[in-house]
Design a protein around this ligand. Structure first.
Ligand code: ADP
Ligand code: MG
Length: 243
């Protein structure tokens, strides 16, 4: 099968800081990839390179046939294929949940307003918030706001959804409602790349686990196998430290 996401020999520097040191990844349609690793190991920079939020210095990113080369700044074609959800929900506070979800199709795709509303209602329903279309972000819990952010990303009908520690800013009791939405998307066949600290979730839902260490993919494979018998000392230590 043709990979949906292909990353070849990706290198990224911030000044003299060599942050990504040759990343190679292939992700198949429908695959759920969990990326783990210590703070500073390059996880966010990798995700941000996949949707062009960061330029990179060497290598190639390809999503569904759209290529991104080192230094490239015209990202429109690729951006439409990639959705992203962040740790901070970043909803527009002066727009309702529905308006937040409608905005990108309206502005970026020039989809007619009525159609945008239909899409937004469907996406809010998908994340279990059909009745919150007219609510403002400050009337919603953190978990609900993050679900709106997921609906907003889905409204662009991305081929792949990137999630960067999307439960890390939530109170513990709100984590599961967001993970349940991600799990449902996974079961529906969405291709997902998620940076996460939720190891149980990574083990349960992930098809592939990627352990990053100092800007490299240090170990990768099937989550259950990797957790059961990590090959490298670094992954052993990482798993030990979080358990
Ligand atoms: P992680 O998400 O795994 O915690 P990051 O990708 O955020 O790691 O960071 C990797 C490295 O890149 C760190 O050394 C960090 O300080 C550096 N870095 C990240 N973003 C920037 C930036 N915008 N400018 C300079 N350095 C950065
Ligand atoms: Mg990060």
């Amino acid at each position: 099968m043709e990979a949906l996401v292909r990353i070849d020999a990706l290198h990224k520097y911030f000044g003299s800081n060599h942050v990504l040191k040759g990343i190679d990844l292939r992700i198949q349609p429908g695959e759920v990839v969990a990326i783990i690793g210590r703070s500073g190991s390059g996880k966010s920079t990798l995700l941000r390179s996949i949707n062009g939020l960061e330029t990179f210095d060497q290598g190639l990113v390809e999503v569904d046939g759209e290529r991104l080369h080192a230094g490239q700044t015209d990202l429109r074609a690729l951006r439409q294929k990639v959705g992203m959800v962040f740790q901070q929900f970043n909803l527009f506070p002066h727009l309702t949940a529905g308006q937040n979800v409608m905005l990108a199709p309206q502005v970026v795709k020039k989809t007619p307003t009525a159609e945008c509303e239909t899409i937004a209602r469907a996406m809010l329903a998908k994340v279990g918030l059909a009745e919150k279309f007219d609510a403002y972000p400050d009337q919603l819990s953190g978990g609900q706001q993050q679900r709106v952010a997921i609906a907003r990303a889905l409204a662009m009908q991305p081929k792949v959804l990137l999630c960067d520690e999307i439960t890390s800013a939530l109170d513990p009791e709100l984590v599961n409602e967001v993970l349940a939405v991600v799990k449902q998307l996974a079961s529906e066949g969405m291709t997902l790349i998620m940076v996460t600290h939720e190891m149980r979730f990574a083990r349960e839902v992930g098809d592939k686990l990627v352990f990053m260490y100092q800007g490299r993919v240090h170990e990768s494979g099937h989550p259950q196998e990797l957790f059961a018998s990590p090959k490298t000392l670094e992954l052993q230590n990482f798993i030990g430290a979080i358990n």
